[in-house]
Design a protein around this ligand. Structure first.
Ligand SMILES: [Zn+2]
Ligand SMILES: [Zn+2]
Length: 333
């Protein structure tokens, strides 16, 4: 009876399959379907690799194994691993911390495929002794997550919430590099959402309103920031002038013209967005103080969380409970 080595009806999510019989006879029929590769291993080492087609195993198409078994024609021991070259989808989600240690949750989807089966088997399957799909998939997801955590933690919370597109693009480039090391091609990554705690959302709101991250970070809690702002009440009322608390004063403009970071890749540590005048920034980039997502300028309700957006008479977003606008100091009705 002729031995037939074939991966019969692989499931949609199956990445690898190990042929259960480790004793292989010369003359066996090896059937490798489209988008598959069959890899012959022995003692954790890869010998011969055969692509799609119907192969009769001979000394010609398994030259390395033939050499290994000393040119003998008797059955030999080998592990046959089939690898699917199709594209797979994975979901990810996890928690990390931003550069200023703000807790961040993230989730999304990624797509990948095996690009280099020999490297993939060496690094993942053989290297980790993972011989079934669920273990391999788990390993890849953990690896992805680890990379995502590491790369996201290089950013500030303002970048994550305000420039998520830029962050995604840059993180993707790094993850593609990480995946290549495993013989995998990371086809695409989508960050579907990022989130943080209530306290950090409030803090983020203040940072974006005032443009002064450092001052906000020095406050213990967002409530303290609000209290600080509340102190302007008497001054603003008495003189008819807007007296900003220390927090709201813009840092001095840098001497060189403000330019977006153009170096490509992750901005170097310590890089800060060039300071911008408060008013235009507040007009162009509004964020919802309740969910932290960017909202259309002038929106009365957040399109993401549905919360009503309170505004001062001059149109600035005002957090719940504030008596005075954090941007212009106007009294809020
Ligand atoms: Zn919202
Ligand atoms: Zn205002």
């Amino acid at each position: 009876m002729v031995q037939v080595i074939e991966w019969v009806n692989p499931g949609e999510d199956e990445i690898i399959w190990r042929y259960p019989n480790e004793v292989i006879k010369w003359g066996a029929q090896l059937i490798v379907h489209e988008y598959e590769v069959a890899v012959f291993m022995r003692d954790g080492k890869i010998y011969d690799v055969l692509g799609p087609g119907r192969h009769t195993l001979t000394t010609q198409n398994l030259p390395l194994l033939y050499k290994l078994v000393g040119g003998s024609n008797s059955p030999f021991k080998a592990t046959v691993i089939f690898v699917s070259m199709k594209q797979f989808q994975g979901r990810y989600g996890g928690e990390t911390q931003t550069r200023e240690l703000a807790p961040v949750k993230y989730y999304g989807v990624y797509w990948f495929k095996v690009a280099d089966p020999v490297l993939f088997i060496t690094e993942v399957v053989g290297g980790q002794s993972l011989y079934d799909t669920s273990d391999v998939t788990k390993f890849i997801r953990a690896y992805f997550n680890e990379g995502m955590m590491k790369h996201l933690s290089a950013y500030s919370i303002v970048d994550l919430f305000q420039n998520l597109d830029m962050v995604s693009t840059q993180v993707k480039v790094k993850l593609i590099e990480d995946f290549r090391r495993l013989g995998l091609e990371l086809v695409d990554v989508k960050i579907e959402g990022v989130n943080t705690t209530d306290e950090w959302r409030q803090r983020l709101f203040w940072i974006m309103q005032t443009g002064n991250a450092q001052a906000v970070m020095q406050m213990d809690t967002a409530k303290q920031v609000a209290a600080e702002l509340g102190k302007s009440e008497g001054a603003a009322m008495g003189t008819g002038m807007v007296i900003m608390p220390q927090l709201l004063q813009q840092p001095a403009q840098p001497a060189q013209p403000a330019q977006p970071y153009a170096g490509g890749g992750v901005p170097p540590a310590g890089y800060q967005q060039p300071a911008q005048p408060a008013a235009p920034a507040a007009q162009q980039q509004e964020i919802c103080p309740y969910c932290g997502k960017p909202i259309p300028p002038g929106a009365r309700f957040c399109p993401y969380c549905g919360h009503e957006i309170k505004r001062c008479p001059n149109g600035h977003i005002v957090p719940e409970g504030a008596k005075f606008c954090p941007v212009c100091g106007a009294k809020v009705e």
